[in-house]
Design a protein around this ligand. Structure first.
Ligand SMILES: *Cc1c(COP(=O)(O)O)cnc(C)c1O
Length: 399
């Protein structure tokens, strides 16, 4: 494993780490991060090659194992998150799957909050049990439910917060305590919060996963993911699985993500300000049945938001009165906000979860998750907030 790293900038501010962490310049002194689009590496001698394989020489061997551009992205993510180690993956789902599957074996048990991204739910509910790893889905807002779900063989707790798409906020610190008392590890999918607004490792989580596809790229180009944890956890539980099974991030995508991180701070701040302004402009609108925004005083878990998040959210959830027909009329009347199941983009995007991201679930499960047919999830982009609010209000008039 390569140990070639840039000097740590962990003592500097987050904004500075986003731009400079992980950069190790080549002999040409390039300004931007170099893109090492190479599968492998050559060695000056057979002895050097052999030393590379024993680990006595800290260089690169093969890009499935590590690559200079991917390592730079991993180091920038680790320093941003306050993690000892990071491993990049080809997508967010590769990160979630590896983080859950790699440390476990047949006979183990996982407890997870039932409100989560559709593909994560597939991994927990359908995939793990096929390999003898039992799972229990619970209402993650109910701390007693986590406690009651624990079995002697429980090894992992898994949650996302804020949840997709209903933006519930789970108490990460309290859930980490229950996990650790049960000798289980807590894995947190931090996509919706972004590294800017929430640091699960500081709150007690053991592993953090991201889909870098969302805010980290932030401009709708590449898929990617990352797993962050202590050096020991990554080395003992994750690394061998990634090396040998190969869900590797391409160096090109790592380069795009590095460039994305440089602007992550300003983008997420602007998107959050836009989302907050939209939430305030829409709250109480007569065509809406409800609105949920982490950061508003009327959020059901406002106290937890204040305790564990540094900012609100780039996402707003709201339900229109009149079910799917009204929701579709509203979506089709939007001119600026685009209909898309993605999020975290420079463009404002809106999705109807009941017919897209959560359509696979039975209606009674959607009801349990509070995803009704009038519910919409808006991801605020970088446009001027007045243009976005005007577009949304005009479309509400069309219902
Ligand atoms: C998008 C997303 C994922 C999956 O990421 P991909 O990069 O699409 O594989 C996982 N969790 C959450 C919360 C997401 O929003």
């Amino acid at each position: 494993m390569s140990t070639i790293k840039a000097p740590s900038l962990s003592s500097l501010h987050r904004e500075t780490r986003l731009v400079h962490s992980g950069t190790l310049r080549s002999q040409y002194g390039e300004t931007s991060d170099a893109l090492f689009l190479t599968q492998g590496f050559v060695y000056a001698s057979a002895e050097e090659c052999a030393a590379r394989f024993t680990g006595d020489d800290p260089g690169f061997q093969y890009s499935r194992l590590s690559n200079p551009t991917v390592s730079a992205f991993e180091q920038r993510m680790a320093e941003l998150e306050g993690a000892e180690a990071a491993r990049a993956t080809a997508s967010g789902m590769a990160a979630v799957t590896a983080a859950l599957l790699a440390p476990l074996q047949a006979g183990d048990h996982v407890v997870a909050s039932r409100a989560m991204f559709g593909s994560c739910r597939y991994v927990v509910e359908d995939l793990l049990p096929r390999y003898g790893i039992a799972s229990t889905l619970i209402d993650g807002l109910d701390l007693g439910a986590w406690q009651r779900a624990v079995r002697p063989n429980t090894k992992t707790f898994f949650l996302e917060s804020p949840t997709n798409p209903t933006l519930d906020v789970l108490d990460i610190g309290a859930i980490a305590e229950i996990a650790h008392a049960a000798n289980a590890q807590l894995v947190v999918d931090n996509v919706f919060a972004t590294p800017l607004w929430q640091s699960p490792l500081e709150l007690g989580a053991d592993v953090v996963v991201y889909s870098a596809t969302k805010h980290i790229d932030g401009q709708g180009r590449c898929l990617g993911g990352v797993i962050l944890a202590s050096q020991a956890l990554i080395e003992e539980q994750i690394q061998m699985f990634l090396r040998q099974t190969g869900p590797t991030l391409s160096p090109f995508n790592a380069w795009v993500m590095l460039k994305g991180l440089e602007t992550l701070g300003v983008r997420v701040e602007r998107q959050t300000a836009n989302a907050a302004a939209i939430a305030d402009a829409l709250a109480g609108h007569p065509k809406l049945a409800r609105l949920v925004y982490p950061g508003r005083a009327d959020h059901p878990q406002a106290a937890t938001v204040a305790k564990q998040m540094r900012g609100g959210s780039t996402l707003v959830g709201f339900g229109v009165k009149g079910g799917q027909a009204a929701a579709f009329r509203f979506l089709n009347a939007l001119k600026l906000v685009k209909i898309s199941n993605n999020l975290g983009d420079a463009r404002s995007l809106i999705t109807h979860p009941a017919t897209t991201t959560h359509q696979r679930l039975k209606p009674e499960i959607r009801a349990e998750l509070n995803i009704d047919d009038g519910f919409l999830r808006l991801s605020a982009g970088l446009e001027h907030q007045d243009d976005l609010i005007a577009d949304l209000l005009a479309a509400l008039d069309q219902i």
